[in-house]
Write a protein that binds this ligand. Structure first.
Ligand code: CP
Length: 348
């Protein structure tokens, strides 16, 4: 599938038995690395979702562990702060019985000037077979994938991509909106991503997966935080994808099925993009009043970490429509599914 091809029909997928090793059965997954979601077909997305269903079942068992990745080394190398992604990858790998090594760049030889290439070669020499990497520089996981002998999973790179977040977001929407059938649950649904789209790797990855799954996607925020996305939306629309870009928050939220608020990423922001946080919150913050204009029961999502009172009101974040904690829990099942699927791919 080309990234701007329209949504496609989903062929039947065979869900692997997650209680046995992935290499002992035909898994139907062909991607050695997970660097973004732009190269995934609708069938790939469906396979990830169905494998995550199987992993979620494992998480309901008295012992939430299967032997599938016994003897495999999963190394988690993070150059940026993280709570959800890092911890859920660790929990996911341990639930699959992998050996887990955690490296925080701040306490590694990176502080002595070691390059990314040297670090990746070093962790491979120390036994890493699957490498989960987060880096502040867009493209860093692609460089790692060029030199690493195993599989690389992108845990977030710069402004560019956060594929596991997009997949857990799709999974959360599918769980709440889907029919349980072969669709991905979001076809024709109005999904709004509201906030600092410009600096968001989560938004960029979600654009690929949600439009591939047939959603009616709306990006909304101040014009300064939407720069460049109109052109992308135009190319998507020409290819049959439903993708709108607007600064009109009322139009975006009207009858929405899902509203995903994004954090204002002050650490990535040049001065002059916003007058003040107070004004941003007043004009674009997701409040209970604004949410009432969405579809009754619309899902409220946020990838975290949140700045309550800025992009989302505290009562909305903790309200009955919020599925923010589901997103976190689903992150474990999705990351178990991805580790499992990638582990089944031959590198020969
Ligand atoms: N959503 C997300 O990536 O959160 P963390 O930065 O806590 O991993």
């Amino acid at each position: 599938m080309n990234v701007m091809d329209g949504p496609e029909a989903i062929p039947e997928v065979v869900v692997p038995s997650v209680d046995v090793a992935p290499e002992s059965q035909p898994v139907g997954w062909r991607h050695r690395h997970l660097l973004d979601v732009d190269g995934l077909t609708a069938a790939d997305l469906d396979l990830v979702m169905r494998t995550a269903d199987a992993m979620l079942e494992v998480l309901t068992r008295p012992i939430t562990k299967v032997p599938a990745l016994r003897g495999r080394n999963v190394t988690i190398l993070f150059y940026e702060a993280s709570t959800r992604t890092r911890v859920s990858f660790e929990v996911a790998a341990k639930n699959l019985s992998a050996d887990v090594v955690n490296i925080a760049a701040a306490t590694s030889s990176v502080t002595k000037g070691e390059s990314l290439v040297d670090t990746v070669r070093t962790v491979e020499a120390l036994g890493a077979q699957m490498l989960v990497i987060r880096h502040a520089v867009s493209g860093a996981p692609y460089l790692a994938a060029e030199i690493f002998g195993g599989s690389v999973l992108n845990g977030g790179d710069g402004w560019h991509a956060h594929p596991t977040q997009a997949l857990l977001d799709l999974y959360t929407m599918r769980s709440r909106l889907g029919t349980g059938g072969a669709d991905l649950g979001v076809a024709g649904k109005k999904i709004v991503i509201l906030g600092d789209v410009l600096h968001s790797r989560v938004a960029r990855s979600n654009i690929w997966s949600l439009t591939a799954a047939g959603a009616d996607l709306w990006l909304c925020g101040p014009a300064t935080l939407l720069r460049g996305f109109e052109a992308w939306a135009g190319r998507g629309a020409a290819a049959g994808r439903r993708f709108n870009v607007t600064s009109d928050v009322a139009a975006a939220l009207r009858d929405a099925d899902v509203v995903m608020a994004l954090r204002i990423q002050r650490e990535r922001m040049a001065s002059g993009l916003l007058p003040s946080m107070r004004e941003y919150a007043a004009r674009y913050g997701l409040t209970a009043e604004r949410l009432r204009t969405a579809h009754p029961g619309a899902l409220v999502m946020h990838p975290g970490p949140m700045n309550e009172g800025v992009e989302i009101a505290a009562d909305v974040a903790a309200g009955t429509q919020s599925v923010i904690t589901d997103q976190v829990t689903n992150g474990v099942a999705i990351r178990m599914a991805l580790l499992y699927l990638l582990a089944g791919v031959s590198h020969a």
